[in-house]
Design a protein around this ligand. Sequence first.
Ligand code: NAG
Ligand code: NAG
Length: 224
Amino acid sequence: MANIPKISFSRILFLLTLCITLFPNSALSALNLNPLQDFCVADLSRASPTNNGFPCKSQVSSEDFFYSGLNKPLNTSNPKGVAANSANFMTFPGLYTMGISMYNVALGVGGANPPHSHPGATEAGFVLEGSCLIGFLTTNYTLFSKVVRPGDMFVVPPGLIHYEMNVGKTQTRLLTVVTNDFPSEVVLPHTLFLAKPPIQNAVLMKAFKTDGKTINMLKSKFTN
Ligand SMILES: *[C@@H]1O[C@H](CO)[C@@H](O)[C@H](O)[C@H]1NC(C)=O
Ligand SMILES: *[C@@H]1O[C@H](CO)[C@@H](O)[C@H](O)[C@H]1NC(C)=O
């Protein structure tokens, strides 16, 4: 560590600005630096994710790069009618810093994943069984949607609001990938009506062009 040249903060800022100016489309990835090592299997026992990441395991084996948890049985008997097995770095530490995660999603008949987004991450999926209505919205409120069937693939551009609903008579199963090793999810109805502390009614009344009674009714529907 002794001979690392000192680079001033202003020099880093200059290089970052230059990078963003020369490659505007890679502005996001310029900030999300690619790892310098081949892999970094997260040692989940040694730090917390809020502490800016995990150290890499010092000893790795083949087992660290394989995962069998996606295939566990899924039970969609819940209010949304949706269940998923997740392979993100918390369940499969070999994915740490790899920028990708994978999901086995089941939607029961009529089940729906409410409008949500994954900040900064692209999602793609493949339909394994059943039929599913998938829609995403652009930033100018254009809806792109289609009913997809087994063998079909779909993509949701980075960060856009999207939803899925089983519109068939049998269970739907999707295999999806998201370009983040532990993507976050902004679920619109929950964010707006279940925030803690709650978003002030006056703000929501303006936003939804309605009265406080209606806002309270909506808030009462989101208790968890
Ligand atoms: C699925 O979950 C529901 C609700 O928790 C439960 O009643 C039911 O027994 C579960 N079904 C199976 C097959 O585990
Ligand atoms: C919104 O974006 C879509 C897709 O990029 C484009 O086709 C459409 O014309 C735009 N609509 C408006 C109202 O700007």
